[in-house]
Ligand binder design. Structure first.
Ligand code: GN1
Ligand code: MG
Length: 353
């Protein structure tokens, strides 16, 4: 095992001595390892990406206060539990890098939903998270990534990168740039309604991908939500929209064969039903805007991938040339399919109003 990593682990009050430490998971942002100790305990060790999360102390404060709040009336093992350092901090700085450790939660994650039933169960988990945090003071949270789901601001950054064309890559993505520009008027649809008080500000998870839900291997019921890094004040539609964008999609986020990428209405319905059921707090307007939530989040993520491609891949880790462009294309294909199925999506939501 790497000596520096052992030194880092040694600072935390874990049980046993580490005997194994291996890269783990499919995240794009932090570096994640599974650590096993001689007493059989399993932990997740993460190096926090402080390029993305500029204020690590604020990030950890958010996570600790939300997990403590949720732990109050939860079964053990259903809310992330962070292991403090021996001197009582929730993270440690080592050679200018930031590290934290949490309990490993046994179970499985899905990259793509296998059945509508699984996806309905995921919706119950995300809806329940939303519902339970309606009693939490959103204003006490730090905005760890300012303007994270502010689509208009994502467009502003896109225009900046596109105008500069520093990497000379605009020419590789003309159709995608056109696609994004044609839909720019959508950018402020949800944030505008928030400003006017038509949509409520809530505590949101902000990264509600299916693979951030831990499921029980046997019962396939949701156990816990993972990756609370982006817990911030936000809109329920961002959480709902991102979950559907990811879990109702029929292909992986970086699928190159665009014909495989569609939005499954069956999955859309399963998630919508579960989310509305688990979160009775949702207002009529929030429900009416559900299809818009999915569309805007898919558009926004496609735009983020596209911007990162044009800018030289500084944000999302890539594993092949053009990876972020492929990801952008796949999201935009999903947006097109949502546009085709627009009326059907509204008809489905109406069934559960
Ligand atoms: C990033 O690293 P991961 O997979 O948890 C990103 C999300 C994107 C997602 C797309 C902090 O999440 O916003 O939806 O990639 N997280 C951050 O796969 O930017
Ligand atoms: Mg994640």
């Amino acid at each position: 095992m790497d000596k520096d990593i052992l030194n880092v682990i040694d600072r935390f009050a874990i049980e046993g001595t580490p005997i194994e430490c291996a890269p783990y998971g499919a995240g794009h942002i932090n570096r994640t390892f599974l650590v096993i100790t001689d007493t059989g305990h399993k932990y997740i060790l993460q190096k926090i990406n402080d390029h993305v999360f500029r204020d690590v102390a604020a990030l950890m404060e958010n996570i600790i206060s939300v997990t403590k709040f949720l732990q109050k009336d939860s079964e053990p093992g259903t809310v992330l539990r962070f292991i403090g350092t021996k001197d009582g901090s929730s993270y440690t700085e080592y050679n200018g890098e930031y590290w934290r450790i949490m309990d490993y939660i046994e179970g499985i994650c899905f990259q793509v939903s296998e059945t509508p039933e699984d996806f309905y169960n995921a919706a119950l988990a995300f809806g329940d998270f939303q519902q339970r945090l309606s009693g939490f003071d959103a204003s006490s949270l730090h905005e760890t990534i300012p303007d994270f789901h502010n689509t208009a601001d994502r467009y502003r950054k896109f225009h900046e990168v596109y105008r500069a064309d520093r990497m000379d890559r605009n020419k590789t993505a003309l159709a995608e740039i056109q696609f994004a520009l044609e839909r720019e008027e959508l950018a402020d649809v949800l944030t505008g309604q928030l400003r006017e008080g038509l949509l409520p500000l809530r505590v949101t998870h902000n990264d509600t991908k299916l693979n951030n839900v831990r499921f029980d291997k046997v019962t396939r019921r949701p156990l816990a939500l993972l990756d609370l890094d982006t817990v911030m004040p936000g809109l329920s539609l961002y959480d709902y929209g991102d979950a559907v964008r990811c879990g109702a999609a029929t292909a992986d986020e970086d699928e190159k064969d665009l014909s495989k990428m569609e939005m499954s209405l069956e999955m859309f319905e399963a998630f919508t039903r579960g989310f509305i059921e688990a979160c009775p707090d949702l207002t009529r307007r929030e429900k009416e805007m559900m299809p818009m939530g999915v569309k805007i989040i898919a558009l926004e993520l496609g735009l983020r991938f596209l911007t990162d491609h044009l800018d030289g891949d500084n944000y999302f880790a890539i594993h092949r040339e053009g990876h972020n462009l492929d990801r952008a294309r796949t999201q935009f294909k999903l947006v097109s399919d949502i546009e085709k199925k627009w009326d059907m999506m509204h008809a489905i939501v109406a069934k559960y109003m």
